[in-house]
Write a protein that binds this ligand. Structure first.
Ligand SMILES: [Zn+2]
Length: 273
């Protein structure tokens, strides 16, 4: 055996040097170069005779008898088959954030990735709206570029602005979403609870919400940075086009009354028209 008693990760308490410290190594009289086989006698784990105090929990924690006659080998403990793979290593190394409650309304199967990404930023209220720029000390006209009569923040842009409402109410009607005026955070909480699950209608709602936020933000940027503007109807046409395409992908799923109603509202069956 070549495995280091103190510094290799062979024991459930992991490198014993980390768990028990320098003093324990010194008291053991074994020296820092000791190998694991100093704990083996007659093919069994044994407490060393030189210093027995403190060794009991170490010996008792070893799950099985030593395998004699085999070479030491390095294994990847976090992998089910103890073999290394990039995937397992990445999962082990990456920082794991707690899954947020609104995860499902942003990231879902067959979502439009660019819409989901923008919504992910918007849900956290991290888009560079005028109110945030002001907070960062960047002073410009804090005015909504869509209606030109209110300050711009997430709540106004995506819920209060009459320009947005002209679009969002259309989407709501077609996706069976009640026309409600809520604050941004309250809306996210409501949608998270209400749109839970993978039904066809919830799929259309999530698609519609993400697409509306995306195209409203795009329109806002076009006005500020390119001096171009479109009517709510033209913006809605873009939303309709992409939602019809996406809903059509689910044409072959079970035809429920709800699904037929939503398909009809978005004219999915007349996709070439
Ligand atoms: Zn506005």
């Amino acid at each position: 055996m070549t495995t280091s008693l103190w510094f290799d990760t062979w024991h459930p308490h992991n490198p014993l040097a980390n768990s028990y410290g320098e003093r324990f190594i010194y008291d053991s009289d074994m020296g820092k170069n000791a190998r694991v086989n100093v704990l083996i006698s007659n093919s069994e784990w044994r407490i060393p005779t030189t210093q027995s105090i403190g060794w009991h929990p170490i010996i008792e924690a070893i799950p099985s008898n030593p395998k004699m006659g085999q070479k030491d080998e390095i294994v990847w403990l976090d992998s089910p088959n103890h073999r290394f793979s990039v995937k397992v290593a990445w999962e082990q190394l990456r920082f794991h954030n707690q899954v947020v409650e609104w995860h499902d309304i942003v990231w879902f199967k067959n979502a439009v990735p660019r819409h989901s990404f923008l919504l992910w930023v918007a849900v956290q209220q991290k888009l560079t709206t005028q109110d945030r720029l002001h907070r960062f000390g960047i002073h410009g006209p804090n005015q909504c570029s869509l209606c030109l009569c209110n300050n711009e923040d997430h709540n106004h842009l995506f819920f209060e602005c009459y320009y947005n409402k002209a679009i969002w109410w259309h989407v709501c009607d077609r996706c069976d979403i009640p026309r409600m005026t809520k604050g941004w955070e309250e809306w996210i909480r409501w949608a998270t609870v209400t749109w839970h699950g993978k039904s066809f209608v919830n799929f259309s709602r999530k698609l519609g919400f993400a697409a509306t936020v995306y195209y409203i933000w795009q329109e806002r940027n076009a006005r500020i940075f390119a001096g171009m503007s479109r009517t709510p109807n033209l913006v809605f046409d873009q939303i309709e086009c992409i939602i019809r395409e996406k809903l059509d992908l689910m044409r072959n799923t079970l035809p429920t009354d709800e699904k037929i109603r939503i398909q009809s509202a978005w004219r999915v069956n007349n996709i070439d028209s």
